[in-house]
Design a protein around this ligand. Structure first.
Ligand code: ADP
Ligand code: MG
Length: 272
């Protein structure tokens, strides 16, 4: 049990596409300062859940309360303004901008300034943008175009962009997709640090189980739209239903858990 009141309270949430129940009456809570992993096989309903929380998809049933307020029925922009952030891929058109300019853009956007303002205010909030880049370890590369960055570094900049809105809740749908294992761990360690420093809540999906076991405070498991288990990583690891649905018979999480313990030890050593 968490010591905090939930920041996000999802109850009986559901969404169908045609005859398919993509999300089928799921309920879960998320507290401030908690890193919650949403896992499940492809097609389990993870992205659909994310998109209902951020307002891109309208739920058919249930409720999504954020700080006590109902999110269902609100527009994505309104939800974002309330403090629900999400990571976006840096669009092609912005790749030619420098790292710091991309973060400045995000800060301007948070202020509600029009894009045209940008051209007249190239230095606007540069210091703040640099401070955010410092937090994600990208300050030294602030004046390079994003198009020149290594993939893992682009992901760090995307995280800084998401932080420009000072979200209370950050949604990350497969943040480490396409990354090498070392980069994955580094991005998640950074995310965990932001969670600790800012008391931010994070809901994320992730395919790599060693990453999930190493970094998640708690996990929820979806299968075919249903929530089949939730709990701490070790509880989930030992959950027979999860092992069966998620991996099929034969495989277990054991090897993965060993690896996660190594990663955890490394992170602990680094932050001690
Ligand atoms: P996950 O992110 O866990 O892989 P999704 O939430 O993307 O799963 O998908 C859950 C189910 O809903 C799948 O069966 C998928 O085919 C279906 N689905 C998702 N989005 C749409 C859509 N826009 N239109 C029709 N079916 C969809
Ligand atoms: Mg998905």
């Amino acid at each position: 049990m968490s010591a905090h009141a939930p920041l996000l309270k999802v109850e009986n949430l559901g969404k169908s596409f045609g005859g398919v129940k993509a999300v089928d009456g799921i309920s879960f809570d998320l507290a401030p300062g908690e890193l919650l992993a949403l896992i499940g096989p492809n097609g389990a309903g993870k992205s659909t859940t994310f998109n209902m929380v951020n307002g891109q998809l309208k739920a058919d049933q249930g409720s999504i309360r954020f700080g006590g307020e109902e999110l269902i029925g609100r527009k994505p922009r309104a939800i974002w303004r309330m403090g629900v952030g999400r990571t976006f891929q840096i669009a092609e058109t912005f790749a030619s901008l420098t790292v710091v300019e991309n973060v400045q853009m995000a800060l301007l956007s948070h202020d509600g300034k029009l894009f045209s303002m940008w051209r007249r205010a190239a230095d606007h909030r540069r210091d703040e943008a640099l401070a955010l880049l410092d937090q994600v370890g990208m300050k030294a590369q602030a004046d390079r175009p994003c198009s020149e960055l290594a993939y893992g570094d682009v992901k760090r900049v995307e995280l800084a962009i998401a932080m420009a809105n000072a979200p209370k809740l950050l949604l990350m749908d497969e943040p480490t997709a396409g990354m090498a294992p070392k980069e994955r761990n580094s991005l998640m360690a950074l995310t965990k640090q932001l969670v600790i420093d800012r008391g931010m809540a994070v809901l994320f999906t992730e395919h790599s189980m060693d990453v999930v076991f190493a970094y998640a405070d708690r996990m929820i498991v979806l299968a075919r739209g249903r929530l089949i288990a939730q709990g701490k990583p070790l509880e989930i690891r030992d959950h027979p239903k999860v092992q069966e649905v998620y991996f099929g018979s034969g495989k277990t999480f054991e090897k993965i858990a060993e690896k996660a313990a190594e990663v955890n030890a490394a992170v602990g050593a680094a932050t001690a």
